[in-house]
Design a protein around this ligand. Structure first.
Ligand SMILES: Nc1ncnc2c1ncn2[C@@H]1O[C@H](COP(=O)(O)OP(=O)(O)OP(=O)(O)O)[C@@H](O)[C@H]1O
Length: 305
């Protein structure tokens, strides 16, 4: 069953249209990566889900019904501008947030300890937030989003500024929450990470979703692509009609590396053309990365919805 549905969200700030019919769904137990250029509308979308901002039009639904105030209280949110009290101690803050969401004092204490330990900040529970490094503050921010055992997670750039170990910890926590059935949506500009971690992604451009789906689905193109390492003379592909070079990376070692697009076939004609031009060191199918897909959709003027 679909856990979270955003349908046709529209929002303007004055005469600036920030969202123009944004629509996507996040299933229960699914990690959804929300990506887009600066100013594309990610934060605006997340604030609307949280209810801190009202949409001009459209709806957010949970399991098919409009998101209620009570549902919104069960969302774990990491805001882009962060939201911790700098002079409050880490432990007091987590405890306070847990109780604010309805946990008993004893349950709040247990949850505070649990999440501080999981996120590697247990030793800092007695310190003021402002005394922590930015990365550790972010770990506390995630603990703050999780301490009330939320049923939905909405995280605005949770990975920005984290060291690789903290990225691993954060990734594991998100996967573990998703495995427990929580729909997780997070925004990020770190596309390699999104590609690794997410079950599905949505790319937003100028307030409209221009691609949504599993990365493997988005990668599927009508035209096969091949990676060839070897030829150094760029004219090697000229005899092959219908094939074109998408990229060429010069190399001093095994020859240049090409990505070639063909209209159809199993690539053997590409391999033969390459071999006719000299030794071939590597040949195989090429699959676009999320970064390639992102570049493609955000630079294509009339990308479909
Ligand atoms: N409070 C506001 N008043 C006026 N315009 C705003 C406001 N908040 C956002 N905008 C505009 O709305 C558009 C969408 O902004 P939003 O912050 O949602 O983008 P974003 O995708 O989160 O960007 P980033 O990746 O830089 O965080 C931008 O053009 C932005 O300038």
């Amino acid at each position: 069953m679909t856990a979270l549905e955003l349908e046709n969200l529209t929002k303007s700030y004055g005469d600036r249209k920030a969202l123009d019919g944004a629509t996507f769904t996040v299933g229960a137990g699914e990690i959804f990566g929300f990506v887009g250029s600066n100013g594309a509308g990610k934060t605006t979308t997340m604030r609307i889900v949280l209810g801190v901002l009202a949409a001009d039009d459209g709806q957010v639904r949970r399991d098919g019904r409009p998101l209620s105030l009570d549902d919104r209280r069960r969302i774990g949110y990491m805001p882009e501008e962060r939201g911790l009290y700098p002079r409050m101690r880490v432990g007091d803050q987590l405890d306070y947030l847990a109780r604010l969401h309805g946990l008993t004092p004893a349950a709040a204490r247990t949850a505070t300890t649990r999440w501080a330990e999981t996120l590697g900040v247990a030793e800092r529970l007695g310190d003021e937030v402002q005394k922590l490094s930015l990365g550790n503050q972010q770990r506390v921010q995630l603990a703050a989003a999780l301490v009330h055992d939320p049923e939905i997670l909405v995280l605005d750039e949770p990975f920005s500024g984290l060291d690789p170990v903290a990225v691993d910890v954060m990734s594991q926590v998100l996967r573990e929450r998703a495995d427990a059935g929580v729909p997780v949506v997070f925004s990020s500009h770190q596309l390699d990470l999104v590609e690794r971690l997410c079950d599905r992604v949505g790319i937003i451009k100028s307030g409209r979703m221009v691609a949504t789906g599993a990365i493997d689905e988005l990668r599927t193109t009508d035209r096969p692509r091949w990676e060839v390492t070897g030829p150094t003379d760029p004219r090697w592909l000229a005899p092959l009609s219908g094939a074109r070079v998408l990229s060429r990376v010069p190399s001093t070692g095994d020859g240049d590396r090409y990505v070639v697009e063909t209209t159809d076939g199993d690539g053997q004609d590409v391999l033969r053309a390459a071999l006719a031009a000299g030794p071939v060191h590597a040949f195989g199918p090429s699959r676009p990365s999320l970064t390639d897909l992102f570049r493609h959709v955000v630079t294509t003027e009339e990308a479909g919805q």
